[in-house]
Design a binder for this molecule. Structure first.
Ligand code: SAH
Length: 355
């Protein structure tokens, strides 16, 4: 086992089994050894590729959506533009390049990034130096005021608890020590979990997850846009309604063992959008499929524009990227889009039926 695995095993030996959420928080966020505290997770050389890394069209269309929401807010003179987990900064760089022509928008922007990775903060700095971003460890540090927030593939990295329905009722799945007293192993907690009241009636053997950190964050975002005005757009892979166990480990674009090599492999879970939407306590739109959403933002037209001034090879790349983003068997359906806002005047672009 690696160094972080040994640290977690020692903690368990001293204080007893920990929740899957506590394990995930350590594996991803340990100050020195956590997955997002070291190395380069994103891109072809990393462990996974995200939508803004697939094509500039993604960030460009979201930029136009944000600028349109800013206008719908009455074009406030100062707006916090917040991104949670901006990765390499590609989404925001594309969004801001695409909105240069929106009168007054850039002058009003006050850019805030919530990011724990030192490596990725440096990449974000390089991509967006001209916009003078301010970094935070968590959303609660972002100053109050009218807010536009975007989060792509952020909520899936937040720790989940896992549960299994047994003859005794719902019990929590924990991380303890294997019989050898050294290796990490899953085990069910002996008693019924106090989280039972949040879990559905289900058959014996059913599994479930609860992401407390995601709900708390959604609640803070909802409170912010209700209090100060604004909009949030949350995009991630997940489910519109509750689901089973989805926590997965990915290394070098392949599956891996969840408890193996903590800190060296990516851990993520499908996002429960119904739980997030409810936790906001605000008006929500969606969730809807990423493919439908981008279709309504006219991604096909954007692709044609790009192709009009491209070489044959580039045209092919634009088409391939377009399919990856919108096709039902790629990211189009699995990825869901949820908007949170305070607008009583109707649905934002992409969420209404009139295009
Ligand atoms: N949005 C980017 C990156 C997604 S990966 C894209 O679409 O390409 C997840 C991002 O969230 C990374 O930037 C990672 O460093 C950051 N992150 C993960 N957990 C975090 C946490 N608890 N707090 C702040 N940032 C976090």
């Amino acid at each position: 086992m690696n160094e972080l695995g040994q640290l977690i095993a020692r903690r368990i030996a001293l204080t007893g089994p920990i929740s899957v959420a506590d394990f995930m928080a350590e594996a991803l966020g340990h100050p020195r050894l956590g997955y997002y505290r070291r190395g380069q997770p994103l891109g072809a050389a990393g462990d996974f590729v995200t939508a803004p890394e697939i094509s500039q069209m993604f960030g460009e269309l979201l930029g136009a959506w944000l600028a349109e929401r800013w206008q719908a807010m009455g074009s406030p003179g100062v707006v916090r533009l917040v991104e949670l987990g901006p990765g390499r900064g590609s989404l925001m760089a594309d969004a801001l390049r695409a909105t240069r022509g929106v009168p007054g928008f850039h002058a009003a922007l006050d850019l805030h990034f919530v990011e724990i990775s030192v490596t990725l903060r440096a990449a974000q700095q390089a991509a967006l130096a001209g916009f003078k971003p301010i970094w935070h460890e968590r959303f609660s540090e972002v100053p109050a005021g009218p807010t536009l927030l975007i989060a792509n593939e952020f909520f899936d990295a937040l720790p989940v608890r896992q549960f299994e329905n047994t003859k005794r009722g719902w019990v929590e799945r924990m991380v303890g020590l294997a019989k050898d007293g050294e290796m990490l192993a899953f085990a069910l907690a002996p008693g019924v979990t106090p989280f039972s009241s949040y879990l559905p009636d289900a058959a014996e053997g059913a599994q479930a997850e609860i992401c407390e950190a995601g709900r708390a964050l959604a609640s803070a975002i909802g409170a912010r846009v209700k209090q100060d005005g604004g909009w949030a757009l949350i995009i991630d892979y997940g489910y519109d309604q509750g689901h089973g166990a989805s926590l997965q480990a990915v290394r070098g674009h392949r599956g891996a063992g969840i408890l193996d090599q903590p800190g060296e492999i990516d851990l993520s879970a499908h996002v429960d959008f119904a739980a997030l939407a409810a936790a906001t306590g605000a008006q929500t739109f969606g969730p809807m499929g990423q493919g439908d959403f981008l279709g309504r933002l006219e991604i096909a037209r954007r692709a044609e524009t790009l192709k009009a001034r491209a070489t044959t090879g580039q045209r092919l790349a634009v088409d391939t990227a377009l399919q990856r983003l919108i096709a039902a068997d790629q990211m189009g359906t699995l990825f869901r889009v949820l908007a949170v806002g305070d607008d009583r005047s109707g649905a934002p672009t992409g969420f209404s039926d009139e295009v």
